[in-house]
Design a protein around this ligand. Sequence first.
Ligand SMILES: NC(=O)C1=CN([C@@H]2O[C@H](COP(=O)(O)OP(=O)(O)OC[C@H]3O[C@@H](n4cnc5c(N)ncnc54)[C@H](OP(=O)(O)O)[C@@H]3O)[C@@H](O)[C@H]2O)C=CC1
Ligand SMILES: CC1=C(/C=C/C(C)=C/C=C/C(C)=C/C=O)C(C)(C)CCC1
Length: 298
Amino acid sequence: APQIRKMLSSGVCTSTVQLPGKVAVVTGANTGIGKETAKELAQRGARVYLACRDVQKGELVAREIQTMTGNEQVLVRKLDLSDTKSIRAFANDFLAEEKHLHILINNAGVMMCPYSKTADGFEMHMGVNHLGHFLLTHLLLEKLKESAPSRIVNVSSLAHHLGRIHFHNLQGEKFYNSSLAYCHSKLANILFTKELARRLKGSGVTAYSVHPGTVQSELVRHSSFMRWMWRLFSFFIKTPQQGAQTSLYCALTEGLEILSGKHFSDCHLAWVSAQARNETVARRLWDVSCDLLGLPMD
Ligand SMILES: NC(=O)C1=CN([C@@H]2O[C@H](COP(=O)(O)OP(=O)(O)OC[C@H]3O[C@@H](n4cnc5c(N)ncnc54)[C@H](OP(=O)(O)O)[C@@H]3O)[C@@H](O)[C@H]2O)C=CC1
Ligand SMILES: CC1=C(/C=C/C(C)=C/C=C/C(C)=C/C=O)C(C)(C)CCC1
């Protein structure tokens, strides 16, 4: 068992890069993997924005991180990825407030929620996990370019292997399964990263997708079976701090630029499914996402 545990918990970000003067945004930073990612970025001296849908929870965590790291530059801003108005308000305020953005960690996520829709009528998994982050990234992209070298990390999952992009049923209206809906959205994260990296070539902005491992967090809140599994196998499951390592590795490791667009797990390059490697699907998903969000297709 200790051997299996070691195997499932491997991957440590060994970068010694420090971040004074750098600015980072972490979505879903009030708990789980996002909180630990934000804590480490703050520890290294960055000004870190905790982009949270619950500002009160965010403020408590910001105080905790400030006390632990001695970094006062930990700020909380409201961001509800299930509402494009909230995403646009977050981006507008951020762009008005900050000159730079060096690290964007698209970490927030929902898993296995019962069929529901976002404020804009998107299926919740696709809406929050993919479309919400797609819009946020678009709105912050000029700032990332102006701040180059800069990086985008999209937190995906091994679960993408079970995902498929069904363009005729992107909002789950024809058929819906909450587990598969999560998998589809995590596949979308990888396809988005791949197409984003292709479009950003030569801009100084690079993008990576990651599988954080199987991590003890609130992600399983919608499934009593998964909560039970997580409790039963808790010995084998990563702590959120271990789960943050691959995101940190992609955000910080020097010389990773040539691997822009790639997928990582346990701080190593990782294999992705056939559809996740399909450039045609990646381009089509990009166009469809722009269309759904009313963004220009360039
Ligand atoms: N835990 C695991 O085993 C794995 C996790 N992942 C991925 O890691 C990422 C982080 O998950 P993890 O830390 O485990 O899960 P948690 O549930 O602990 O954290 C998810 C975060 O996302 C936030 N969030 C959810 N919905 C929204 C929304 N509409 N707007 C803004 N923020 C939102 C949550 O906020 P609030 O607290 O207010 O709900 C929370 O801060 C996710 O993308 C997940 O898919 C991938 C593979 C495995
Ligand atoms: C079989 C098995 C496990 C189950 C892993 C599962 C079910 C992982 C699911 C991951 C998800 C849903 C990721 C989210 O993106 C454990 C607990 C590691 C313990 C060792 C044996």
